[in-house]
Design a protein around this ligand. Sequence first.
Ligand code: SF4
Length: 150
Amino acid sequence: MERVLVSSCLLGRPVRYDGQAKTSSSDILARWRAEGRVVPFCPELAGGLGVPRPPAELRNGQVVTVHGDDVTDAFVQGAELALTAAREAEARVAVLKEGSPSCGSRQIADGTFSGNKIPGSGITTALLRSHGITVFNEEQFEEADALLRG
Ligand code: SF4
């Protein structure tokens, strides 16, 4: 059974910066869990950040918190550990939370903490993609499932 890396917050784990989850109600995700396919992963926790933690956004290739602290190293470490987890599970597909500076795959915050989004991807998504892993967001479970079946 081919495995899939999935953002922990989509699985109901309260690991977001604000201590909340972003639980997905996808039937496909529920089936994947029943099949034992899912590899839960939160790059930011893996990188050593806590819950809650200050919001952070990508800006000019660095990740900075709303307080101005540079947390790029933790984000990069989390991305590398996500890649390791995907490789160990032999996953070629990931479904990650859209909009995150780690997990975003189509859009990210613009770095001004104003709520504006711009096209782009998070640090983990970029690293996974550069190693041949296809990354989808939580609106794309059908596409991800089709790739698994293909
Ligand atoms: S880093 Fe990814 S998995 Fe962790 S809380 Fe943020 S979006 Fe969810």
